[in-house]
Design a protein around this ligand. Structure first.
Ligand SMILES: [Zn+2]
Length: 128
């Protein structure tokens, strides 16, 4: 039987990020390297937290299977669905050692979920 995925929700992006780095505070010179849109990026964490335009963010922990999320109150539901599907994909095999490939896998899953959501709510316009 598949193990269920636990979701832990945080009140702020900063709290969610601190759980990701297992830290109590973000220093002025802390940097984070991530992968997005097929490219690697490196950002100053403090600046990223202050300027982030995202309305949701999350990260996945393999053991135990947990998705840590922050979702702003005015986050569009399609964005939170995309983020949840993205993080859920990180918990699925195959798990690529190449971080860029792993992110691409998760991005595809998120995009598919967003597409399915938008298609489903647009069902009245479907032609038979
Ligand atoms: Zn990811």
């Amino acid at each position: 039987m598949k193990k269920p995925i636990t979701i832990i929700r945080y009140d702020s992006l900063k709290e969610c990020f601190l759980s990701f780095i297992e830290g109590d505070e973000v220093g002025d010179n802390d940097y984070w390297e991530g992968y997005d849109g097929g490219r690697k990026f490196r950002v100053n964490v403090k600046k990223w937290l202050n300027k982030c335009k995202r309305k949701c963010w999350g990260w996945a922990d393999y053991k135990p299977k947990t998705i840590h999320i922050w979702v702003d109150i005015d986050c569009p539901i399609e964005d939170s669905i995309e983020m949840l599907a993205h993080e859920s994909a990180h918990l699925r095999r195959p798990r690529y050692k190449n971080k860029m490939e792993e992110e691409k896998k998760a991005n595809r899953s998120g995009e598919d979920a967003k597409f399915a959501y938008n298609a489903a709510i647009d069902i009245d316009r479907w032609t038979i």
